[in-house]
Design a protein around this ligand. Structure first.
Ligand code: IPD
Ligand code: CA
Ligand code: CA
Length: 306
């Protein structure tokens, strides 16, 4: 993290303008109301998702002609390039389709690792995960623009943001999400239950990108989900890291863009979260959930130790 001034940022200024324009289109569609189609099971899509992805693809092509674009609604352009934008034109489609005002535009830029001639024999970009170097998330209903570039801090509407200082899961507000495909296969309801009883609460607000932005801005202490795609996470994970938080897989290992699972936190409760995941996956007896009296006693002990 650093306090680099906004005019030193390389990609964020143009990407922010694109996200704002895309968000304005989403706002128009939202106020008109749109018809919903099914991609499968309860996986919804609307004309807004498709139109806004097209708009973003065009604008990114104009602003960054060398960069690749990989969008949820099917865009695959310049996939061989060193840089690649992961685009979710509308994260929170189910909310959007129901008139529930929690959704956003998410743009994350990956710098892909160029393999050496010795490694490939051809000098082409290899399949390894690259590094996320920029992220922009725009919530058009609240006019909130979250931005980050690697090594240059995270901002909300231009002001630096930081993850929360809370150090215990028992005092945390956390969030998660559930897949809209293969819903029956998801084990997450068990985690939802367990975390609900061990924290101030678990929110399921319906936009993974905003959940990550909320961890970055200290509104939430943590977020996890089992089955995400790079367009959901690319921008948000950089925001969390640049705001001082931590992002890993459920075992505490390095987060990979294509590994689908994500565990993001303010860093301070990360070890506790990883421990709980470990015990739950192992089917071990978990430590008992505290009674209200024990909760009060533990709170008092923590306060005394400060
Ligand atoms: C969904 C949202 C939701 C999450 C789902 C995602 P979409 O993205 O981020 O919060 O729980 O897993 O698929 O389909 O609205 O872009
Ligand atoms: Ca999404
Ligand atoms: Ca989407």
């Amino acid at each position: 993290m650093s306090g680099a001034s906004p005019d030193q940022l390389i990609w964020v200024p143009k990407a922010s303008a694109i996200a704002r324009e895309a968000g304005a289109r989403l706002r128009e569609f939202f106020s008109q109301g749109v018809e919903t189609e099914y991609k499968g099971d309860v996986d919804l899509v609307t004309v807004a998702d498709r139109t806004v992805e097209k708009l973003i693809r065009t604008r990114l092509g104009e602003a960054f002609p060398e960069h690749g674009v990989y969008g949820e609604e099917g865009t695959r352009e310049r996939m061989e390039g060193e840089f690649r934008w992961y685009v979710d034109p509308l994260d929170g489609t189910t909310n959007f389709a129901h008139g529930f005002p929690q959704f956003c535009v998410s743009l994350g830029l990956e710098q892909r690792r160029v393999q050496t001639l010795e490694e490939t024999g051809s000098g082409r970009v290899g399949p390894q995960d690259g590094t996320i170097v920029a992220g922009v998330i725009y919530d058009p209903m609240r006019d909130e623009l979250y931005t980050a570039e690697r090594g240059r801090g995270a901002r909300l509407n231009g002001k630096p943001i930081h993850t929360s200082p809370i150090a215990f899961l028992a005092e945390s507000l956390v969030s998660t999400g559930f897949p809209s495909r293969k819903r029956h296969d998801s084990p997450n309801i068990h985690f939802y239950h367990e975390f609900t009883l061990r924290s101030h609460g678990v929110r399921r607000a319906g936009s993974a990108a905003l959940d990550l932005a909320y961890v970055a801005s200290g509104r939430l202490e943590a977020f996890w989900e089992f089955n995400l795609n790079p367009w959901d996470t690319a921008a948000g994970i950089l925001l969390v890291q640049e705001a001082g938080g931590q992002v890993t897989d459920f075992a505490g290992g390095a987060f990979q863009l294509n590994s689908r699972e994500v565990l993001a936190s303010n860093g301070l409760i990360h070890e506790e979260l990883v421990g709980l995941f470990k015990d739950m996956f192992a089917g071990r007896n978990l430590s008992p959930i505290p009674t209200p009296q024990e909760f009060a006693q533990q709170r008092a002990e923590r306060a005394a130790a400060e």
